[in-house]
Design a binder for this molecule. Structure first.
Ligand SMILES: Cc1ncc(COP(=O)(O)O)c(C=O)c1O
Length: 400
């Protein structure tokens, strides 16, 4: 690999920024009389909140969580950044590296591979940063020659999502590695929000090999803590220092820190929840396969299924009428006719199936909204779902 230099990627004013120094940066002890941060010494009037000492500002660097996470993830605590959801590091990475000015011509850009998680593009656009799109192939894999051709000296961030949202499959390792080895003037971010549902090893293990690698994970999915808003970013110490410089001082609340720390003591419970979700995913896929309204169930390494229906818009609307809410992805690149369905509890999945069966029974589900060529797909008996092998075997199955 050619030499990577983070300073050549950072915006100059970020390199030279003197960060805000918070009261809790100046004194990091936990004992003492705290008259330094203009807090209220009496505490909140809510009993529940008292348990989290919310009258005091929380640790700005969340060391207790990082020290607990480091051995679990096999990294040094200094290689971890915690954000208000992964959405925070997504935004901070754009702000740290991309000079804005989409219409000025000389500005930086990010590279995304649709269909993928929407916030990469939204964060870039909020920051007035240009977005280059190289769609995935029809089996939702990286179009490597096109990606390599699209990378130029203005490409600051290359976003890869594996397992990918909304398709659910993991991206081929070789393609990610090839990008990491060529894009030495960019940061290559692998978003692993759904990694716990996959047998794929995390890219965290490669951080010391690739200084341009950034890995995102989250407490929002497998850990069952979406309401906490806690995302993890793993990278070189040098990049983590930059993210810490530009984040708001107290970005993770005291209750979030306390609850995440407690959750980390119960990793085995998380693993059990994951196994249950995978079992439910298998059952849900089998049940969906029995519906004539379902055309394709894409292989999934995540806690959701991307499902192509004969009439996605009508199915979506009818589900909503019955208060079952799924995500309509039918207008998204390569996802014509598709709804994205999160795997719920057994009861929730059965409720979904009940409604889908009733919809099917009460209508002819004549094909509309699905391109003709996709209705010609061959029927395959067994679904390769739940194999954790979606990248190696990117075939998909059809009821058409
Ligand atoms: C691929 C991916 N990355 C990141 C996120 C955001 O996660 P967080 O809740 O940590 O902000 C999501 C949320 O759906 C996602 O699908």
């Amino acid at each position: 690999m050619m030499t990577f230099s983070l300073t050549s990627i950072l915006r100059p004013h970020i390199q030279n920024l003197t960060p805000y120094s918070s009261a809790r940066d100046e004194y990091t002890g936990t004992e003492g009389v705290f008259l330094d941060a203009n807090e209220n010494p009496f505490g909140p009037t809510l009993d529940q909140a008292n348990a989290y000492k919310v009258n005091r500002y929380p640790d700005p660097h969340q060391w207790a969580i990082k020290n607990r996470l480091a051995p679990i993830k096999g990294v040094r605590a200094d290689q971890i950044f915690l954000g208000n959801g992964s959405d925070e590091p997504i935004d901070l990475l754009v702000r740290a590296t991309c000079t804005p000015g989409r219409f000025a011509g000389a500005a930086d850009e990010i590279l995304i591979m649709p269909p993928t998680y929407g916030m990469y593009e939204v964060s870039a656009t909020i920051n007035d940063v240009a977005v280059t799109k190289v769609p995935l192939t029809p089996d939702f894999q990286v179009n490597l020659p096109a990606v390599l051709a699209a990378i130029n000296n203005k490409t600051k961030l290359i976003w890869l999502c594996s397992p990918n949202n909304p398709s659910g499959n993991r991206l081929q390792t070789d393609a990610i590695r090839a990008i990491l080895e060529v894009a030495y003037h960019s940061l290559v971010i692998v978003d692993e929000a759904y990694i716990d549902f996959s047998e794929e090893p995390s890219w965290i293990g490669e951080l010391d090999k690739y200084p341009n690698l950034v890995v995102l994970q989250t407490f929002s999915k497998a850990w069952g803590l979406a309401g906490l808003r806690l995302g993890m970013c793993f990278a070189s110490e040098e990049l983590i220092r930059v993210l810490n410089k530009i984040k708001p001082p107290y970005n993770i609340s005291a209750p979030s820190q306390a609850l995440a720390l407690e959750a980390l003591e119960h990793e085995a419970d998380k693993e059990e929840m994951v196994r249950e979700i995978l079992r439910e995913r298998q059952i849900l896929a089998q049940n969906l396969r029995s519906l004539p309204s379902v055309l394709v169930i894409h292989p999934s390494d995540a806690n959701f299924l991307l499902v192509q229906f004969r009439d996605a818009s009508r199915t979506f609307a009818q589900l909503i009428e019955h208060k079952v809410i799924v995500r309509d992805r039918s207008n998204v690149t390569l996802c014509a006719g598709c709804l994205r369905i999160t795997v719920g509890t057994r009861a929730e999945n059965e409720q979904l199936m009940d409604v889908l069966r009733r919809i099917t029974d009460s209508s002819d589900q004549s094909p509309t909204g699905v391109p003709d060529d996709e209705e010609e797909m061959p029927s395959i008996e067994d679904l390769p779902l739940g194999t954790g092998d979606s990248a190696a075997k990117p075939e998909f199955v059809s009821n058409a």
